[in-house]
Ligand binder design. Structure first.
Ligand SMILES: [Zn+2]
Length: 529
């Protein structure tokens, strides 16, 4: 019976052919009909064995069990044959392919469950005060949904389905607009729309974001929210006038932060331990650096998830609040209302926090307050826009922080990048060039496990699914702190040499992930050059 259920779910959970229909149903109707027919055929055969005069009475029980099991065994054979064909196509072993198929099966079942829970309440878009988009667009008059509203909902809903972090709507030329999603840090075009149609979509998003529709030139900011089932997301919108029209950038925010853990974002065991020890300390400062889109915020939330939010008073200051964190006080800065990082920090220091989280250090005042707070009994977590650990030290000094304050306040710097993970469902054995093989042999690296991207329905034909971090962590021990505080030559050297060691640390970590079949060489070159 167990095998019956297992094979049955393999059969039903195949995702349908087009992306659009996959969103309507988590399984293929054709396969469901075939499956139903197959179940009836099995039942008919069991009944046939029961009442047929050709089967002697003493063999009836064995006959019934045999008939019941023939179907699942045939299906199992079908799955194995399918896996064998796939294995010969991809160059991977049978075990690896079956593992991939099982992963696909479970992700499909999981996807179907998430879909069901979202679908029980369809996508609703509303403004920051809770007014529904259709109410705003029709000025309170009742009536059916306009095509513009349907398209707007489709663009937002599909972005959520595709795990997009940004939606970019730009004029391509005088007659068309493109809608692009950023998925796993990479942009892809999802729609080419007629200018007039897209302008209406832009207007509806601007209206629900409380922005001035008539002003198409001046840069504007706004925000809106959406809900599907119990799933709530917020969006931050920015518009600006460009040649051929108006550009709209929508950032997807406010998802649940509890999914980020130190053991799931891609750190090595040693790095996890280093960071766990750092957040256990009552005071000190952990600084996360990297360029835009390098996963700094994700790592910051993974660190926060290591902290018991019930026993330690955690306050975050962010721009914007990207993920919601229950039991933490999250403050969003708003320069228009004069709520800046520095001002918020000064006020929260009066509220006796244990842990302070700073979305981004951008100015001298914020940097100084953060470093001083870390010396006065607070654990400070912050991010800074810089390329390496060495560049972070120099950036803070360029902001006006003294070497002494830097050395006494800062404890750990994490420099990081994100590599796209190969899709488990379709990754194939990499075809390496002779020179690459020669290079691996020279460095005595086992290159046989190196895989490459292919593309399937699960990963929207990109070959990649989600991302993994590579980090270079610098712990400032007493000796290093002493050097930073007192040695002028160290700083001169830092400016001259930069962070070659850090770069090579990250490359080594990336190479380990490539050899382990987690990502590929293209990603290493794309991200680290
Ligand atoms: Zn795939």
């Amino acid at each position: 019976m167990v095998s019956f259920v297992f094979t049955a779910s393999v059969f039903v959970s195949g995702v349908s052919d087009s992306g659009m229909s996959a969103m309507v149903l988590p399984f293929s109707i054709f396969k469901l009909i075939l499956f139903t027919c197959w179940v009836y055929l099995c039942l008919y055969l069991v009944q046939y064995v029961e009442f047929s005069l050709l089967v002697p009475k003493k063999f009836k029980t064995v006959g019934k069990i045999g008939t019941l099991l023939t179907g699942p065994i045939c299906l199992l054979l079908f799955v194995v044959i399918k896996a064998a064909i796939r294995a010969s196509e991809s160059g991977l072993g049978m075990a690896e392919t079956i593992k991939g198929q099982l992963t696909e099966l479970f992700s499909n079942i999981k996807g179907a469950k998430i879909f069901e829970s979202r679908d029980d309440g369809k996508l609703t878009i509303f403004d920051s005060s809770g007014r529904d988009i259709s109410e705003i667009l029709t000025h309170g008059k009742s009536g059916g949904k306009s095509p513009t509203l349907k398209l707007t909902e489709q663009i937002i809903g599909n972005a959520l389905d595709d795990r997009a972090t940004d939606i970019l709507i730009d004029p391509k030329d005088g007659s068309t607009y493109t809608v692009r999603y950023r998925v796993d840090g990479v942009l892809k075009v999802v729609y080419d729309l007629d200018t007039d149609v897209c302008k209406s979509v832009i207007n509806s998003i601007k209206a629900v974001s409380d922005m001035d529709i008539a002003d198409k030139r001046r840069p504007q900011d706004g925000s809106f929210r959406a809900q599907r089932g119990g799933f709530k997301v917020s969006f931050r919108v920015a518009s600006a006038g460009v040649i051929h029209g108006e550009k709209l950038s929508v950032r997807v925010l406010g998802r649940d932060a509890s999914q980020f853990r130190l053991d799931t974002i891609g750190l090595s065991k040693k790095q996890q331990l280093m960071l766990q020890r750092a957040v256990e300390k009552p005071s000190g400062m952990i600084l996360i650096c990297g360029p835009t889109g390098s996963g700094k915020t994700t790592t910051m939330y993974a660190l926060l998830n290591e902290i018991d939010l019930n026993t330690r008073n955690v306050i975050t200051v962010e721009d914007p609040v990207e993920y919601s964190l229950p039991n933490a006080s999250q403050i969003e800065i708003n320069p228009k209302a004069d709520i800046t990082f520095a001002k918020s920090l000064r006020s929260i220091l009066r509220q006796d926090p244990d842990v302070i989280c700073i979305g981004e250090i951008r100015d001298e005042e914020t940097a100084k307050i953060a470093l001083q707070a870390s010396q006065t009994g607070h654990l400070v977590l912050a991010t800074i826009h810089s390329n390496s650990n060495a560049a972070t030290l120099l950036r803070l000094m360029d902001l006006g922080v003294s070497q002494m304050l830097l050395a006494s306040g800062l404890d750990v710097i994490i420099s990081q990048r994100l590599l796209r993970r190969l899709c488990d469902n379709c990754k194939i054995k990499a075809k390496l060039t002779d020179s690459q093989i020669h290079e691996f042999r020279r460095k005595k690296i086992n290159y046989h496990g190196i895989l490459d991207a292919r593309g399937c329905e699960h990963c929207n034909d990109t070959g990649y699914y989600e991302r993994t971090a590579i980090c270079d962590i610098l712990t400032l021990n007493n000796k290093l702190k002493d050097t930073i505080a007192n040695s002028e030559s160290f700083i001169v050297q830092l400016r001259k040499v930069g962070d070659k060691k850090g770069q090579s640390n990250m490359k080594k970590q990336a190479l380990k992930k490539i050899v382990g079949g987690l990502t590929n060489l293209k990603e290493l070159h794309r991200v680290l050059g």
